[in-house]
Ligand binder design. Structure first.
Ligand SMILES: Cc1ncc(COP(=O)(O)O)c(C=O)c1O
Length: 409
């Protein structure tokens, strides 16, 4: 392994004691990132930087808590961890300055499933569901698969350079697109692109949602990975309207690298909405947690602040590296700097390739498995999504392979 290469990150100064440079072989560990390369990319000799989990070791305090529980050796039916609600409430208060009441929380077995539950509980087949395109693909896939009509509001990409290229909302168009829409699926922060929506933008969304009588689902799974100077604003906090017409989803899964555990929750402040939603979940016991999910949530939220600070510093430094690499070595590709998350959306349109040529470049020539921008909707043509939650040396290797492929093309 290459020596720790962090020219942009002074580990001592940052008070970092975790080693995110360590390379952990994830092959043969039943992990999605490597496990489906043949099936989805048609070959296995690829360096995978796609699905949104981290190549870093899951925090030691979480592993220890799981080990300790396994020591008991009876894995019978679980009762909810007694601190599950209070740990989430305190985390949201401290990290996001959001006062949530314990009764507003419900366990859900994954946010994508949670979206399906909301659609089933509050809409009928044929009803309109709005997504902001490009977007995390299950937003529209789950809606389509449940027979709902998807309205794509296209985000506008502004700015010329990596420093200022960002997605923005055309509110006049959003007003038109929201006509007759029952549910607005909001990614807050946004995936892909990494926009941290401002309180003002969210307030304007809330006004339009209220005007059109639309239920807003705010998916805040990436919130804990917001980088300074940006600040995550929970949608439900921007106005009383927003609080009353929203369902928010959260999870420790992205920030603490535990998505395989499935540990999500929803927050529904409005009592009427909550009663209907909880009745839907309870009817099929969809709100039952499991032995590990609730334990992991409690441990992450009560012991994880320092690990989170460190992993964010490492990821942020990787993003700096990506930005400098493309500016200096491959300026035809412009990374959109994420304001939150470890997903960097690469604007590859400057290469002047057709979509299939772009895939050929990344897969067959550079031997990389990234997420194809088209997966996130029509606005993703000419884009690729790079996951930088990986040791720096792996990232360097991937970018070298890409540069060589472009130069030899
Ligand atoms: C915006 C967004 N929502 C939800 C998920 C997945 O959530 P879950 O694994 O809880 O279904 C992801 C994963 O990448 C995501 O990016």
């Amino acid at each position: 392994m290459e020596e720790s290469v962090l020219p942009l990150l002074n580990k001592k100064k940052m008070n970092m004691d975790y080693n995110f440079d360590e390379i952990i072989d994830r092959r043969n560990s039943d992990c999605l990132k490597y496990g489906v390369l043949q099936e989805r990319w048609g070959r296995t000799d690829l360096l995978p930087l796609w699905v949104a989990d981290m190549d870093f070791r899951t925090p030691d305090f979480i592993i220890q808590a799981l080990r300790q529980r396994l020591e008991h050796e009876v894995l019978g039916y679980a009762a909810a961890h007694p601190q599950w609600r209070s740990a989430i409430v305190q985390w949201l208060q401290k990290q996001q300055n959001w006062s949530v009441r314990e009764e507003e929380l419900t366990f859900i077995p994954g946010i994508v499933r949670g979206i399906a539950f909301v659609l089933q509980a509050f809409t009928q087949p044929g009803d309109k569901v709005l997504v902001m395109n490009p977007v995390y693909h299950p937003f529209f896939l789950v809606s389509e698969h449940n027979g709902r009509q998807v309205v794509h509001h296209t985000l506008q990409l502004e700015g010329e350079t990596s420093a200022n290229r960002q997605y923005v909302i055309d509110f006049d168009q959003l007003d038109k697109d929201l006509e007759g829409v029952k549910v607005f699926l909001l990614s807050n922060p946004h995936n892909p692109g990494g926009r941290v929506w401002t309180a003002d933008e969210l307030r304007r969304i809330a006004q339009l949602a209220d005007k059109h009588d639309t239920l807003v689902v705010s998916d805040e799974i990436h919130a804990d990975l917001t980088f300074v100077p940006y600040r995550h604003t929970p949608y439900a906090t921007v106005s009383e309207l927003a609080r009353q017409h929203s369902i928010t989803f959260g999870a420790p899964s992205k920030a603490f690298n535990v998505p395989g555990i499935v540990s999500s929750y929803s927050i529904v402040p409005n009592e009427q909405l909550r009663r209907r939603y909880n009745a839907y979940l309870a009817a099929s016991e969809l709100d039952e947690g499991n032995l590990f999910a609730q334990l992991v949530t409690v441990v992450a939220y009560t012991q994880g602040a320092d690990w989170l600070r460190q992993v964010k510093a490492y990821i942020s430094s990787n993003i700096d590296y990506v930005e400098q690499f493309f500016a200096n070595e491959l300026p035809a590709i412009v990374p959109i700097r994420p304001q939150a998350s470890f997903l960097v959306y690469l604007d590859c349109r400057g290469l002047g390739l057709t979509h299939s040529q772009l895939l050929d470049l990344f897969i067959d020539k550079a031997h990389l498995a990234l997420d194809d921008g088209r997966k996130f909707g029509s606005a993703g043509d000419g884009f690729m999504r790079l996951n930088v939650a990986t040791p720096r040396s792996v990232l360097q290797q991937a970018l070298r392979q890409l540069k060589d492929a472009v130069n030899n093309d």
